[in-house]
Design a protein around this ligand. Structure first.
Ligand SMILES: Cc1cc2nc3c(=O)[nH]c(=O)nc-3n(C[C@H](O)[C@H](O)[C@H](O)COP(=O)(O)O)c2cc1C
Length: 341
């Protein structure tokens, strides 16, 4: 595995140089253009993933207006995550992603969401090792883009099977594997098994990102120590505390970061501004509700904030309620301590 000589922690993934080995996770309703831009503006993130996209629908989407495909030039490097269970969908999807100037393609092999069960994609596809191999091989033969895969630990703990699966992905041409350290279908209340991510790391020669349960710099440090992974992918933690990437990058990777946005209030209004700039009016409120679900968790009375937004009927009402919440909140809560460990 080659590394960037200017930043020893950086990763080289095929033709991509990742300066900081920290990735924003693919998350439906959150890792869209507004969410990605917000995180990118705060600094510390090395690569971004889109929400999962149906390979079947991709060729027919209009990138100018599709809320899933809209993006801004600062969102780089941007890896597009696809889900599929049919090799015949590969060609159309790859042609489209290349036309969109994607920096890479990720195959969703871990998501246990019920809507993926029907098509047999995501975590359900991972059960069919042969089909996964054929799909990955076909993608590899179709493109020079970086190819990554996101997996869980499997249906049940089986070290041999898990290692064999990771090796197969490497053999078929995957350039980086992200491992979410939970079994298929395991809920978030169960602690992720960071030690199992270490089995993947030891088994392959491509970079491995560890994912699951990272909410602080301390978690990041522990996860890297336990898993031995080359970097981290962070999902919910990034929206609970959008400065988390910057804090980890400063503390663990010696990056310099000067905060332009210093308070949670400023950050909220920046997010609203991004939603308004990137999405049509009817598409904004739902995305604000999903964001606030996580963002509110960092406030003592966050449940009140979340429910005031969840029960709003339009953006004006939601933003007004948040403004009122801020006036009633202890000012010390509005400023995020630099480096909260
Ligand atoms: C709201 C939500 C949406 C998600 N959407 C996706 C997705 O589109 N693709 C995917 O591979 N994983 C998806 N995930 C899983 C995350 O990428 C990540 O693996 C998981 O949240 C564990 O990481 P975390 O503890 O840092 O959040 C989603 C998770 C959540 C909470």
């Amino acid at each position: 595995m080659s590394r960037d000589p200017h930043c020893p922690a950086g990763l080289k993934i095929r033709n991509l140089n990742i300066s900081i080995p920290l990735a924003l996770a693919p998350m439906v309703g959150l890792s869209h253009t507004a969410g990605r831009s917000l995180i990118q503006e705060l600094g510390g993130v090395g690569m971004l993933y889109t929400e999962m996209l149906a390979a079947k629908r991709l060729p027919h989407e209009n990138a100018e207006i599709s809320p899933m495909l809209v993006k801004s030039p600062i969102e780089k490097p941007l890896i597009y995550q696809i889900f599929l269970a049919d090799e015949s969908l590969v060609e159309g999807a790859i042609v489209k992603l290349e036309a969109l100037d994607a920096d890479g393609v990720d195959v969703n092999l871990g998501c246990p969401a019920p809507q993926l069960r029907r098509s047999g994609s995501g975590g359900f596809l991972a059960e069919d090792r042969q089909l996964v191999a054929r799909i990955i091989r076909k993608i590899r033969l179709s493109t020079e883009m970086a190819l990554t895969a996101k997996i869980r630990l499997g249906q049940k703990l089986d070290q041999e099977k898990f290692i064999d699966f990771c090796k197969m992905l490497e053999y078929e041409g995957v350039d980086l594997i992200t491992v979410h350290g939970r079994l298929h279908g395991e809920k978030f209340c169960r602690s992720p098994r960071w030690d199992w991510i270490g089995y993947a790391k030891k088994a392959v020669n491509i970079p491995v990102l560890a994912n699951g349960g990272i909410f602080s710099v301390t978690d990041a440090k522990r996860c890297l120590e336990v898993s031995g992974a080359d970097g981290l992918m962070i999902g919910r933690g990034a929206f609970e505390n959008p400065w988390l990437f910057a804090d980890i990058a400063v503390t663990l990777y010696g990056m310099e970061n000067e905060r332009q946005i210093r308070s949670r209030e400023q950050l909220f209004y920046r997010y609203v501004e991004l939603l308004e700039a990137r999405f049509r009016p009817e598409r904004r409120l739902g995305r604000l509700k999903q964001f606030i679900h996580y963002f509110a968790r960092s406030f003592t009375f966050g449940h009140q904030l979340a429910s005031s937004v969840q029960t709003s009927h339009n953006m004006e009402e939601a933003v007004g309620r948040v403004a009122l919440f801020f006036t009633q909140t202890d000012p010390s809560e509005l400023f995020f301590d630099p480096i909260c460990v």
